[in-house]
Ligand binder design. Structure first.
Ligand code: AMP
Length: 250
C-alpha cells in the first residue's frame, strides 16, 4: 500500500508572530516558514512504516502557493518517495483542503493517510476529520502509536484519563499527536537526493475542486499583556492576598 501524508507550510514554531496593525491576520512578511510540526511527525511515521516493509511508497501532498515546494522537498529529504503540490494562491480553509486531498486520494488510492492533528497557524484541527468524512473512511485522531497488519491499523490515542486503542479497516485516516515519534533530522546527502525525487504540480481546477472560503475572519488580536507580579513577605500575606484581593480562594 501507499501512504499519503498531507504537509502544510506554516510559520516556523520558533517565530514570535506579530498581528497586522489592521487586525486582519498575522504578518507573514519576511517570516521564516517551515513544515507544520505535527506533519513532520506524520512523515516520520509513514517513512518508518515503509522502512518496516509495511508500505511501498510515501507520497507527500501540500496545498498552497509555489513556495510549498520547499516544504515538500524537506519531506522528500526525510524519506518520502514522491511529492504533489496542489498549487493555488487562493486562501485555503480546512474544508477546501480536505476536498483537494479527497481528490488526490481518489487518484492515488492510498491504504493510509496520515495528517497532523492540527496546523499550528490556524489551530483548526479539522482537515483530517473532514477528509475521512468526505472519503467515507474510518479515522483515528491524536494517535500516539500506530501499528499496521493484515489490512488493519491499530491506533492508540491519548484521551482524558488514559489510552484508547482502536482498530480500523484500511484505507483509513490517522492524525498524529506529539508523542507518536521523534522526527529525524534531514542530512545534507538526503537533501541532495531529494532534489531528484519527483514533484508533480496539480491545480484545484485540474482536480475538479472549486476552492471557496466558508469562514470569514472578523478580527485577529494579540492576547492581553500580562501585568507585573508583586512580591509578598510570607505565606500568610500570600494567603491574605489570594483570599481578599484576587478572591480565588475562600
Ligand atoms: P488543520 O485542520 O488546518 O488544523 O490541519 C490539520 C492537518 O491537515 C495538518 O497537520 C496537515 O496534515 C493537513 N493540512 C492542513 N492544511 C493543509 C495544506 N494546505 N496542505 C496540506 N496539508 C494540509
Amino acid at each position: 500500500m501507499n501512504i499519503v501524508v498531507p504537509v502544510k507550510r506554516v510559520v516556523d514554531y520558533n517565530v514570535k508572530v506579530r498581528v497586522k496593525s489592521d487586525g486582519t491576520g498575522v504578518d507573514l512578511a519576511n517570516v521564516k516558514m517551515a513544515m507544520n510540526p505535527f506533519d513532520e511527525i506524520a512523515v516520520e511515521e509513514a517513512v518508518r512504516l515503509k522502512e518496516a516493509g509495511l508500505a511501498e511508497a510515501v507520497v507527500v501532498v501540500s496545498c498552497g502557493a509555489a513556495a510549498c515546494q520547499e516544504t515538500l522537498r524537506t519531506a522528500l529529504a526525510m524519506g518520502a518517495d514522491r511529492a504533489i503540490l496542489v498549487q493555488t494562491d487562493a486562501e485555503l480553509q480546512p474544508l477546501a483542503v480536505a476536498r483537494l486531498l479527497q481528490a488526490v486520494c481518489q487518484q492515488e488510492s492510498p491504504g493510509l493517510v496520515i495528517c497532523g492533528k492540527q496546523a499550528i497557524d490556524d489551530d483548526a484541527g479539522q482537515t483530517g476529520q473532514m477528509l475521512a468524512a468526505l472519503l467515507g473512511w474510518p479515522q483515528a485522531t491524536f494517535a500516539s502509536q500506530v501499528a499496521v497488519a493484515d489490512g488493519r491499523a491499530t491506533v492508540t490515542r491519548e484521551v482524558d484519563g488514559g489510552l484508547e486503542t482502536l482498530e480500523l479497516t484500511l484505507p483509513a485516516v490517522v492524525t498524529t499527536d506529539l508523542r507518536l515519534n521523534q522526527p529525524r533530522y534531514v542530512t545534507l546527502p538526503n537533501i541532495m537526493k531529494a532534489k531528484k525525487k519527483p514533484l508533480d504540480i496539480l491545480t484545484p481546477e485540474g482536480l475538479g475542486v472549486a476552492v471557496q472560503a466558508n469562514l470569514t475572519v472578523l478580527q485577529v488580536s494579540e492576547p492581553a499583556a500580562r501585568s507585573a507580579g508583586v512580591r509578598v513577605a510570607d505565606a500568610a500575606q500570600l494567603l491574605d492576598r489570594l483570599k481578599n484581593e484576587a478572591k480565588v480562594i475562600a
